[in-house]
Design a binder for this molecule. Sequence first.
Ligand code: PRP
Ligand code: MN
Ligand code: MG
Length: 181
Amino acid sequence: EGDLGSDLDRVLITEAEIQAKLHELAKQIDADYAGQDLLLIGVLKGAVMVMADLARALSSPVEMDWMAVSSYGSGTKSSGVVRILKDLDIDLAGKHVLVVEDIIDSGLTLSWLLRNLKMRQPASLEVFTLLRKPEAVQVEINVRYVGFDIPNEFVVGYGLDYRQRYRNLPFVGTLAQHVYQ
Ligand code: PRP
Ligand code: MN
Ligand code: MG
């Protein structure tokens, strides 16, 4: 651990591919929410990078708020136990809300979060995720915007961590075996 170069196995999605996809989806969001106020909710900490880049690719002055929940703990698997570590500051009642995630893996985090947010009576509630894994398709979550469907491998970078590290990679990749040992 420590050296990014030797810790990486391979790049799955390049920085340029991520940025191109975000700009393409931002155009769709601009069109879909034309004339409406939009509130982006970023799910800390993983969604920090995608939230920052997506928001800057939009052409309207959106509101941004953050919620911190955790399901992975410190390992590589979702525990199913979702905890609110930080709640929203903004009242959702009557607002058009778009939840921004870095990845939907088992879908447990998001299905729990959507149920929680729905009770706060937003005018609309949609989901944006940069990455989606195969298992997530089984969960009944209506995801309006998906960046990339990826294979069932543990990925890091662009917000995604392994033991809180590698979030600062500008791309999405996989780690070498030795990192996990
Ligand atoms: C990760 C990821 C998603 C969630 C996806 O967050 O950022 O929020 O897990 O997993 P699921 O679909 O199986 O529930 P994590 O709990 O690791 O917290 P973090 O964003 O702070 O890394
Ligand atoms: Mn997360
Ligand atoms: Mg994590």
